[in-house]
Design a protein around this ligand. Structure first.
Ligand SMILES: C[S@@+](CC[C@H](N)C(=O)[O-])C[C@H]1O[C@@H](n2cnc3c(N)ncnc32)[C@H](O)[C@@H]1O
Length: 255
């Protein structure tokens, strides 16, 4: 059963510096997993190599896996221009750009359930769809469907006993990987090693994220009323080599 428990990152009053430290850790965490490559594999099936692909990422945090996904896409010959957005934008993030990709962070808050018309493009959500309760989740899908916009939802968690149990390792990973976080802030170091509340906060949000993750069946159910010959949906599990649980995805695409 899915439980929509409390996550620190979702709270408007939560200190921006701690939220940024938590999402910066996530960026490093993705870097050691095969997820960016697997997500790029899945996305590639829908993309065209003609022209520049405009991507609007929702619930971006500190960028999550986007930079790595874009690099993977560039390696496959796709050119992209990405706009990162968040309800609580992480201001001041800098990204490397090259001939194949450019990235910017939208400075205004963007609610994933109400994407402004000023941001056209393929909508992506990496590890953020579980932040929305069913009614809002349906609203996000309906908005993309009615506007004829592609939407690609990828989760990095799954609501299986093995994945939920694996969350117990999060504090250890936070202690081991924090030296790799770039750029690293004094808040990151202070609250990881001197007063170790970040390992606990990240553990809690990681555990709750697994418990909140929609199953493939639930994702497909959300799309049941959003059917048209002009738009198609695909749901599935992305298998992760050597791990028992795959991670769910949902893609909506104009036919
Ligand atoms: C797990 S975090 C970061 C996700 C990021 N894509 C990643 O992979 O690291 C989830 C993000 O969702 C954002 N968020 C929460 N509610 C939101 C909403 N209604 N609209 C947009 N973003 C939201 C939070 O601010 C947070 O940055």
């Amino acid at each position: 059963m899915r439980l929509h428990l409390f996550e620190w990152e979702d709270q408007a009053w939560f200190p921006a510096s701690l939220r940024a430290a938590m999402t910066s850790y996530l960026v490093t965490d993705y870097g050691i997993t095969p997820l960016p490559r697997l997500w790029a594999d899945c996305l590639s099936r829908f993309l065209s190599r003609d022209g520049v692909i405009e991507i609007v990422d929702l619930g971006s945090g500190s960028g999550g896996p986007v930079e790595n996904v874009v690099k993977e896409l560039a390696g496959r010959g796709f050119k992209t221009r990405v706009t990162l957005t968040d309800l609580y934008p992480n201001e001041g993030l800098q990204f490397k750009t090259d001939a194949a990709s450019s990235m910017r962070y939208w400075p205004e808050p963007v609610d994933a359930a109400r994407v402004p018309a000023a941001l056209p493009g393929i909508r992506t959500m990496f590890a953020s769809f579980h932040h929305f309760r069913p009614q809002l989740a349906r609203g996000i899908l309906r908005d993309a469907f009615e506007q004829g916009c592609p939407i690609c939802i990828f989760e990095g968690t799954s609501r299986t006993p093995a994945a939920i149990a694996s969350a117990l390792l999060i504090p250890l990973f936070v202690l081991l990987l924090t030296p790799l976080v770039r750029p690293v802030s004094s808040v990151q170091i202070l609250f990881t090693y001197l007063l170790p509340i970040l390992p606990l906060l990240i553990f809690w949000d990681g555990l709750v994220s697994q418990i909140r993750t929609y199953s493939v069946h639930e994702l497909a159910e959300f799309t049941r009323e959003l059917q048209s010959s002009r738009y198609r949906w695909e749901t599935g599990l992305i298998e992760i080599p050597r791990l028992p649980a795959g991670v769910p995805y949902l893609i909506g695409w104009p036919a």
